[in-house]
Ligand binder design. Sequence first.
Ligand SMILES: [Zn+2]
Ligand SMILES: [Zn+2]
Ligand SMILES: [Zn+2]
Length: 283
Amino acid sequence: MKLTYIGTAAAEAVPALFCECSFCEKARKTGGKEFRRRSGAVINDDLMIDFSPDAYTGTLALGIRLDKIDYLLFTHSHSDHFCVHELEFRMVPPFALLPEDKANLYVFGNRNVEAGIEAVFGKDLSRRGFDFSFVPPYQPFQIGRYTVTPLSAHHCLPEDAYIYLIESEGVSLLYGNDSGMLIPSTFEYLKGRKLDIVSLDCTLGHSPNETGHMGFAANLKVKRILEENGCVKDDTVFISHHFSHNGLRADDPGEVDWTYENFMEMAKPHGFIMSYDGLVIER
Ligand SMILES: [Zn+2]
Ligand SMILES: [Zn+2]
Ligand SMILES: [Zn+2]
């Protein structure tokens, strides 16, 4: 399994669109890994998680072809993950010219995603070039070579935001954003399942808060519980992901700005790495 991060920031990106804070100014000067697009990822070359406002430019920059994507999973309906209007351009023709036998793009998500698609495209998707299926939490479904299980996350109640367990060819990925501290039913579902790659929401960065989003302290807590629950192997890779300038910035005495270099140095002893745009993890 090859996981490629297209973007790794929270909704306002890093540097944030209209922000003059010290971290954003530093990021503008440094560039490279300090530039973060809105979050999204691609598994191998055919399964995409979320379609952010930066999905097109991000995939273009990384050499990932959107026309090769067969399946699209949405985590929830916030605008940094669900840039729903872009789906218009999957229409064949006039926007996409594809071989006649090419299947539709299969799109999956929760009830809010379903309502968002209906609000833009109506109920009849027959000529749109994509299909939508509502998928309930904790019920695995098969798409091509993947077994996908949506797991409920507390992020923006009452919306039932999802994180996803994706299993393929003996490799298990837990892709977890946006979420606060994982909820008991999700920990329970994962109990005893060995995970190879664990990607966790770290929007809040330095903050110990774990409501709606997580910071690094909450990431450590998730790792500890997964270890206790028998989900972690010697070579499980833990990745902190979905960063905000507000979480990365050193606001309190004794803190340092969590640039890529500083975060990696801090996180390494805890067995975590930091996501960045273009990061590839292969298992
Ligand atoms: Zn987000
Ligand atoms: Zn800022
Ligand atoms: Zn969100």
